[in-house]
Design a protein around this ligand. Structure first.
Ligand SMILES: Cc1ncc(COP(=O)(O)O)c(C=O)c1O
Length: 411
């Protein structure tokens, strides 16, 4: 732009329904407990480099085509790996033609919404759920019905009541969205009995299930229950998964599993020319030999960090913070006394370089979420977790009198 030209003003031209303008990125804060970042030391850099070299030497010329001669569903060896992995770990029987590689499982959420949800439609979600799912549904103009989650996952009794209530009003929800295995944010794992009940309710009311299983590899015991997709007798479940939590979120590789009648409607709206090829090729090459040996130490590292976080919270907040020991994953979800407003705490904490996810963004009832808080323990080091929790306790004590006892300066 010549020095004299004034910038073009788009203000009057941008759509009125856009989200608020983005802030410029100024680097990560020192105590970064937000989002779904993973442990840096666990990224298998050397094996990824070796995999990239091998696969590029062998198949690099296929980059000359959109879709690497694998078609629009994505790189065939990666889909084959996912088919084998889902059969082994989740009890899912599917073919490579029922697996679509997506640019992160977020694209899976977008595609399912684009295929099924129109403004004014009703969607059932867990009352505490993934903020990215809530914000997307709001953008679609959906009516969001939140159903409570208990220790066994989505409450069947409350789901039944919600479905009855909708039916009485002549409304059939478009889907029931659930994160059954290491729920975000509560980290609960839905029991097998509960899975049966949810499927039965889905059948009774003719409402399909949207299963988001992106944390399923991170159950500490290494054993995840059979997926809802595998338990349903028919085609009523759409399943999405991701490599973001098991390998690396920056790779942006997820997948969607659906039977062909729905897949054939979703595929035409994935109009991005294909999920990036190198990511798919490298991941497939790496995972075939290394996935299982990689995931076990990753779980152990994450569990160690979680223990540090739970101990730090107990040390600094005493019994004034409530949480359950998560069954897996990368997040700790907690409840503070009524005096605390975590949205305000977030604003204050960020000034001291501590970022947190306030509960209001993770609950369908934003007011009910104001005492809740989610912390990601996967990315910070153990020392940073200790220091960051101490900082947070100090700020919370100063502003809200919680913890009641001065937690002391962080060391
Ligand atoms: C429940 C859930 N679904 C989907 C995603 C999106 O993950 P990605 O697009 O990185 O696969 C996340 C990310 O945190 C999540 O928590």
């Amino acid at each position: 732009m010549p020095a004299s030209a004034s910038p073009f003003d788009f203000t009057a031209l941008v759509r009125a329904d856009l989200p608020p303008a983005a802030a410029r990125w100024n680097g990560f804060p020192r105590f970064n407990f937000v989002g779904g970042h993973n442990d840096e030391g666990s990224v298998p850099v050397d094996d990824l480099i070796a995999a990239a070299g091998r696969v590029l030497r062998r198949e690099g010329a296929t980059l000359a085509t959109y879709g690497m001669q694998s078609g629009p569903l994505g790189y065939r060896p990666l889909r084959d790996f996912i088919v084998r992995k889902l059969a082994k770990d989740a009890g899912i029987t599917c073919t490579a033609d029922e697996v679509l590689i997506t640019s992160g499982s977020l694209q899976g959420l977008d595609l399912v919404n684009a295929a099924l949800v129109a403004p004014g439609d009703t969607v059932i979600v867990e009352e505490m759920t993934y903020g990215g799912a809530i914000s997307r549904l709001k953008r679609c103009g959906a009516n969001i019905v939140g159903v409570p989650v208990d220790h066994d996952g989505l409450s069947a009794a409350k789901l039944s009541a919600a479905l009855d209530d909708l039916a009485a009003r002549g409304i059939r929800a478009k889907y029931i969205y659930t994160i059954p295995t290491v729920q975000n944010p509560t980290a609960t794992v839905m029991s097998v009995a509960r899975r049966r009940e949810i499927i039965a309710l889905s059948e009774q009311h003719g409402v399909p299930i949207f299963e988001d299983d992106c944390y399923a590899d991170l159950v500490w015991t290494g054993e995840r229950p059979t997926a809802l997709y595998a338990m349903a007798a028919d085609d009523r479940v759409v399943h999405i998964g991701s490599f973001s939590k098991s390998i690396a979120p920056a790779l942006r590789i997820g997948f969607l599993v659906a039977k062909w009648p729905l897949m054939s409607r979703i595929l035409p709206i994935k109009t991005d020319g294909g999920t990036p090829a190198l990511d798919q090729m490298v991941l497939a090459e790496y995972c075939q030999d290394h996935f299982d040996e990689h995931i076990v130490p990753l779980r152990q590292t994450l569990r160690r960090k979680l223990v540090v976080m739970m101990e730090s919270l107990r040390e600094r907040f005493g019994d004034e913070v409530e949480f359950e020991d998560p069954a897996g994953g990368i997040f700790l979800w907690m409840k503070l006394p009524a005096a605390v407003d975590t949205s305000r705490l977030e604003q204050l904490a960020v000034r001291s370089g501590v970022t947190i996810n306030p509960g209001a963004e993770w609950m369908t009832d934003a007011v009910g979420g104001r005492r809740h808080l989610r912390l990601c323990f996967a990315h910070p080091t153990e020392d940073v977790i200790r220091e960051g929790v101490a900082q947070l306790a100090e700020i919370c004590h100063r502003e809200f009198g919680v913890p009641a006892r001065d937690p002391g300066p962080h060391r």
